[in-house]
Design a protein around this ligand. Sequence first.
Ligand SMILES: Nc1ncnc2c1ncn2[C@@H]1O[C@H](COP(=O)(O)OP(=O)(O)O)[C@@H](O)[C@H]1O
Ligand SMILES: [Mg+2]
Length: 261
Amino acid sequence: MRLAVCSSKGGVGKTSTAANLAAVLGSRAAGGRGRVLAVDADPQDSLGRAFGVVAKGRDDSLAGLLEDPEADARAAVRCEVAPGVDLLPAHTSLEAVGVALAAQGGLLTGIRRVLRPLLDDYDHVVLDTHGDLGNLTLSAVAAADAVLTVFTSDPGSALGAARVSAFVEQHRRFENTSAQLVGVACSLWDREGRAAREVVGALEGTGLPLLATRIPLSRRVPSSTLAKRPVVLSAPTSPVALAYTALTDEVLASYSERVPS
Ligand SMILES: Nc1ncnc2c1ncn2[C@@H]1O[C@H](COP(=O)(O)OP(=O)(O)O)[C@@H](O)[C@H]1O
Ligand SMILES: [Mg+2]
């Protein structure tokens, strides 16, 4: 599976979801042959930070690989940032590199091109994106065969999920990607809140692949970022970690149902 985690805005829990999914998939692969590549396609480099990884410079990151087609992708990959997980970090220059490459027509296929020599080494790729549906996100979706979107109790959230679905459909029609939307997941779930129930209600019956697992609000998630270890590794038996594990299983099940092998 090559999964891009996308949303039309920031702060919805994408990076936390991408980091925990990668960690769950990696922990299952650890010791075995299968491995996971986590790719930070957000210039804010938060996925890297979730594992305590920061690129030393542009050349050491996805930005450098996008800029220089001759560069050795393997050299920029950080190995074993968590059990079974390797990581390709972003760098703040990624935004400027993306703009320059888009002007030359090379951004759409850029991330797909960068990842191609690496794919044989991994069972799964998890790409984190910036909170928008801009050109860098499209490049990540073009490299993916599956998309997961995340929403919160915020009233605009249901609309955001519909936007991501329309975005994926549009770019499938343009043949920019073969990716399918495999899940719409609720994060920062406040079980007491009316707003959360209303958003879920608005999404039910839309035909979008709404996942049953809700990721609860938990102080453990922000503290896991400080600890540089996703919560499924730092507090594996906590309710939020169990939810991320269940979400991973749902995403895998939806993937095998929706994406032709
Ligand atoms: N389940 C959760 N409970 C509490 N805080 C969370 C949860 N998930 C994410 N957060 C916090 O919310 C903020 C935004 O989450 P993040 O994963 O970075 O979202 P995005 O990548 O969509 O911007 C971060 O400070 C993160 O630590
Ligand atoms: Mg993020």
